[in-house]
Design a protein around this ligand. Structure first.
Ligand SMILES: CC(C)(COP(=O)(O)OP(=O)(O)OC[C@H]1O[C@@H](n2cnc3c(N)ncnc32)[C@H](O)[C@@H]1OP(=O)(O)O)[C@@H](O)C(=O)NCCC(=O)NCCS
Length: 197
């Protein structure tokens, strides 16, 4: 391959009767990935992950990890799947690949698209020095668990997410901040009168 050629994309093949191409993400894919993720990572399907999915997440991956971000697009050049990952470089130990977001449009699921995305991502991570690839998913997400196992992931560990609702604290702090502003404003006015009166 010539040095200035773009990285190879996987050759077109057929998924669900449509030709789907897997290629590296470009800047133009950002809105489509974000909107597809909005459909997939809902509070119901992804109780924790949906909280961190937003447009800045996609932009961030594009800025810092675009060599580990792939999309699948159909014949109409519509994004129907994506995989966003990163490689964590550790100075004194192994590098880790981390596949963070993976999604396929529901009407294209079970046609091998996620598998093709992962087949592009894995060698990109290995090239970047990864010796272990990590993924995480909700314990109730049977489709993704079966998918990851089929891809060869094993050695699963339980991980517990805890949340704390701090909305009441936020309201209290906001109230105190407003009180302080009012107090300072009143003090300033009184100070002004003292100076001039
Ligand atoms: C998980 C997900 C990405 C799989 O994408 P996909 O393109 O449908 O997966 P593939 O067609 O490549 O499936 C490959 C293998 O994974 C397993 N698999 C995938 N989806 C499955 C499902 N719904 N039920 C059972 N097994 C499934 C199967 O073993 C399948 O091989 P097979 O078709 O030969 O049986 C997709 O279901 C999805 O987008 N889910 C919502 C988002 C999400 O949960 N992402 C993962 C966490 S970030």
């Amino acid at each position: 391959m010539e040095a200035d050629q773009p990285p190879t994309t996987q050759p077109t093949d057929s998924s669900g009767g449509q030709s789907v191409v897997v290629r590296l993400m470009t800047i133009d894919d950002i809105p489509a990935i974000y909107h597809l993720g909005e459909r997939l990572f809902t509070a119901r399907n992804a109780p924790n992950a949906h909280r961190t999915w937003d447009e800045y997440e996609v932009v961030g991956f594009f800025q810092t990890d675009c060599e580990f971000c792939f999309v699948a697009e159909d014949e109409n050049e519509t994004v129907v799947g994506f995989a966003l990952g990163t490689v964590i470089e550790k100075h004194h130990s192994w590098n880790y690949g981390y596949l963070i977001w993976l999604g396929v449009r529901p009407d294209y699921q079970k046609t091998g698209i996620a598998q093709r995305l992962f087949r592009q991502l894995k060698p990109a991570m290995i090239d970047a020095g990864a010796r272990i690839i990590m993924v995480d998913t909700d314990a109730e997400n049977g489709a993704s668990l079966r998918f990851f196992r089929k891809m060869g992931f094993n050695n699963s560990r339980q991980h517990v997410y805890l949340t704390m609702n701090v909305d009441e604290d936020r309201r209290r702090l906001e109230g105190r901040r407003k009180e302080r502003i009012i107090r300072y404003t009143v003090d300033d006015h009184e100070g002004d009168r003292g100076d001039h009166g």
